[in-house]
Design a protein. Sequence first.
Length: 465
Amino acid sequence: MLKAIIKRLKRDKHGVSNVIVVMLSLVLIVVIVANVVLWSYQMNQFDWERMQEDLKITDIARVANSSWFTAEEEYTVNEGSLVGGDYTDTQRIGDSYETFTERVVAQTLYLHRIDVSGVTPSGRLMDNTQQLSNQSETQYEINRAASVHFYTPILSAGSVENGTWILYIWASTISSGKVSRLTVGIHLVSSDGSTEKATIGTLTDVVVDYGYSERPVIISGSAVNTTSGDRIRITLYAQTGAANDPKGVSFYYDGYGTCETLGHETRLQSPSPRNYGLDLNGAFSINVSVYPLAHIQSLEIQLRYRANDTLEEWYLKAYNWTDTTYSDSGFNNTSGHTPTTGWDTYTVNLTDKWRSYLSDAGTMRVKMQDNQADASQTTIDIDFLAVRGVINGTKFTFENRGSLTSHLVSLWVNNSTDHSRYETDIFINSGDTALCIRNDITLPNEKYQVKVVTERGNIAVFPGP
């Protein structure tokens, strides 16, 4: 029985092989046909989508500037005060505005001495270029019937209120005993000191103990009006008839409205002058992801404002990240702007010095301030304050007139001598228009052609001029 089965299998093995071959061939044919059908369907779908895409380049223009970047938070008012509105009112031209007004500013005025006969040694005690803490202790010997004068720098037009002037004097003597009596005078004088214009206050028989005393010399001062070019003069006069000659007298002046403990030094406190000023600053951020630093050529600051006073100039400055101070060094205009009482536009360009005023992250700080404090209180309306980059780029306008979303993947700028390709990644919905500013693309001066290629392989062409 077993032998019969084996013999039959040997006889039929060729038939089984044929069946297996036929079955495998059928499977292969089915797979191939399915792939062909699927590929045909996909090709038909792709071709259909490609035919539905309708992209146009509607405009190409050279671009010299970035968009404007406005304040992102409220301004910091260092001098003056906010009257109405907020920083969002300065983000658009011709809409609402923000209003500030000047306030009384306490000026710091430093004294320097004018050499006169009977006073040694020669030299200045203090000037307007050094801060009080940088002054070394200097002594002057004042002979009997002699005076030593100290002057402020030149004042602006304004006024000094009436009130109490407080003077501290430190003195030393070669021998023990008290210094002779002094007469202290405070006067408003001409710039060269030759003309005495008004007496602010005087005090006689001032006796200064040896060493430093916290007992102040108090002088009642009268109000005076100042004109541009005036100075305030402090005079120490050594009276006659004293038991001992006055010896080294150190005299320091610390400006209006302050009276600090300075050790063995002289200091003075006076009533604040009625001078008004305005100083404010804000932070601005340029989008360096859209406008990379490598493509910025300079920066501009633009201010649109209105002032009710035309007698003082206004300045725009920026924070210098290198020098860590506000400055207008390198600006194309450092002389300020004089208002007309109407709406004025004041624009400054930072020339090739712009990089010091812009941080790596794109932050820029801008200051607006008046020329100097004066006797007139001015109100300022700010309609617009912003910064922008100066660039040399190109703006492309694309319009998708098709029924599907288009994906732009490359851009070509071609002329007779150069074909330049640029990567793009722009999606435009059906029926939408897209603006694209490229800071890295500069259009040729001669005749050119621009092409944009979509992900589906469609090409839109703009012939150029």
